[in-house]
Design a binder for this molecule. Sequence first.
Ligand code: IMP
Ligand code: MG
Length: 175
Amino acid sequence: MCSLRVLLSAGQIHARIAELGAQIDRDYAAAGPVYLVGILKGACFFLADLARAMKTPARLEFVGISSYGKGRTTSGEVRLTKDLDVSVEGQDVIVVEDIVDSGITLSYLIQVFQQRHPRSLRIATLLDKPERRQRPVRVDYVGFRIPDQFVVGYGLDYAEDYRNLRDICVLELDN
Ligand code: IMP
Ligand code: MG
């Protein structure tokens, strides 16, 4: 059995994403289009809402990564399961992630993207669990810093469930 406790409501998420969109608009004034590269599947709702919270012209791309398996801890192995459809050489790129935990996924992806020679490369994450970091990652846009708890909803899953919850909830497993 497990229980869900709301950590961040849909309203709080919406308000924070509006702020991030405004921050991106200030940073990329007169630039564009910016390539928002979402990491499937967890970042899908965040990317969709962030793209509409900014006025800067955006193009949407996605990559697929497998690292987590079906459990709650990282396997430490990262693999690209879906690559970009386009070249981002000379473009402004923002990688959009749902949550930075150990940092293993993003440090791998940053390495992959740097080889594609974008004009600039920044990272946006909705959630950050800094306590769990194993690899240093410089994150440019952070929605919320959260404590070391397992969360689901708004794109985040546990074994593929709970992604379509509107709020972000702490998943507590009672045994
Ligand atoms: P990292 O490579 O350890 O930074 O892991 C990042 C990935 O792990 C995220 O993209 C999520 O898919 C997953 N993840 C980390 N923490 C959580 C959590 O609390 N809930 C759901 N997924 C998580
Ligand atoms: Mg993910």
